[in-house]
Design a protein around this ligand. Structure first.
Ligand code: HEM
Length: 121
């Protein structure tokens, strides 16, 4: 099987995963206020970032340049609670969306590690 996780997951499933994650964010009393009033453009940024990270089209880079994720998260208080809330919504979204075990494991590890790396408080 190909190691291109974008192909393994597929565009429609990745879009649905990121959408389901944002449904969780919309309901989170701590995280929601950190996000812009309109969630759709933020959802699109995370989708495009993940599409690129997983080996798909590099539209994110064309629109946003280098990801610089730590720098882009400095304006927000990413403490242990925020990190765990973010992971809770992503884990829930992953539970709602079937994908090959290998892809699930890869995403789980990547999200856990990156969420810890982004803590700034
Ligand atoms: C640890 C808890 C996290 C919190 C509280 C958090 C919060 C936020 C907030 C408030 C934004 C601004 C929304 C926007 O306008 O785009 C944002 C952007 C973003 N976050 Fe996170 N985030 C977290 C973890 C992560 C993780 C683990 C990833 C990667 C897998 C990630 C990737 C991104 C990306 C790609 C953007 C858009 C950057 C841009 O192009 O401007 N975040 N995040």
């Amino acid at each position: 099987m190909s190691d291109n996780y974008f192909e393994m997951i597929g565009e429609a499933n990745l879009r649905k995963l990121i959408h389901d994650f944002y449904v969780g964010i919309a309901s989170d009393e701590i995280l929601r206020p950190m996000y812009p009033m309109k969630l759709e453009p933020a959802e699109e940024r995370l989708y495009l970032f993940m599409q690129q990270y997983l080996g798909g089209p590099r539209t994110y880079e064309e629109m946003r340049g280098h990801p610089q994720l730590r720098k882009r998260h400095f304006p927000f208080k990413v403490d242990e609670d925020a990190r765990n809330r973010w992971m809770k919504h992503m884990n829930h979204a992953m539970d709602l969306n079937e994908m090959p075990n290998q892809a699930r494991f890869f995403l789980q590890t990547y999200f856990e590690d990156t969420a810890s790396f982004l803590k700034n408080f």
